[in-house]
Design a protein around this ligand. Structure first.
Ligand SMILES: [Zn+2]
Length: 183
């Protein structure tokens, strides 16, 4: 998906944009998730600073937050991941300038701004970078263990989230019995 903004206008006006994107519309991000239910909240603020030499510099700050589900690397069942990121950007005129300056700037990422800056692409990039490399449950609730547990499992949010997938997991377990038990 695309949502373009005028970064110069955002910075000049000192505007703040609130909104959210449906995960189903962020296809690059969605391809890394177990499902695309829900949405991603984003907040973008722009501001402009004038240096003593009179040079004007535009900035943006972005924060994103979402709860997504990824496939656990151990048991392959969905695991909820709290995704969040906050980034600051210094805006320059061209991609070439951004590449040249980005290495020098410790505080901000340097980006090429513009009148048709693709905010949705930036948000999606940041969301993808914020995903854990190895998503996994703190404790996988393997179906075999759940079946033999004497009802002593701690009730809580994790259990409620895991429950709808219990039937599916039982099916999967039938197919991969030995692997899962040995793990
Ligand atoms: Zn797991």
């Amino acid at each position: 998906m695309q949502q373009t903004i005028d970064t110069s206008e955002l910075a000049r006006a000192g505007s703040e944009l609130h909104g959210e994107y449906s995960l189903a519309r962020l296809q690059r991000l969605g391809s890394l998730l177990a499902d695309c239910d829900g949405s991603l909240a984003r907040r973008l603020r722009g501001w402009r600073e004038r240096a003593v030499d009179g040079v004007v510099q535009d900035f943006m700050a972005l924060s994103i937050a979402a709860t997504v589900r990824m496939a656990c690397v151990r048991c392959n069942a969905p695991v909820a991941v709290e995704l969040s990121a906050e980034r600051g950007y210094r805006l320059v005129r061209s991609e070439a300038e951004a590449e040249r300056l980005d290495l020098d700037d410790q505080q901000y990422d340097v980006l090429a701004g513009g009148r048709h800056f693709d905010l949705a692409a930036l948000v999606e990039d940041e969301a993808m970078m914020a995903l854990p490399a190895i998503p996994r449950h703190e404790r996988c609730e393997l179906p075999a263990a759940a079946a033999t547990a004497s009802g002593a499992a701690t009730p809580g949010a994790e259990d409620e989230r895991a429950h709808p997938f219990a039937a599916l997991e039982r099916l999967k377990n039938g197919a991969q019995n030995t692997d899962i038990i040995e793990d």
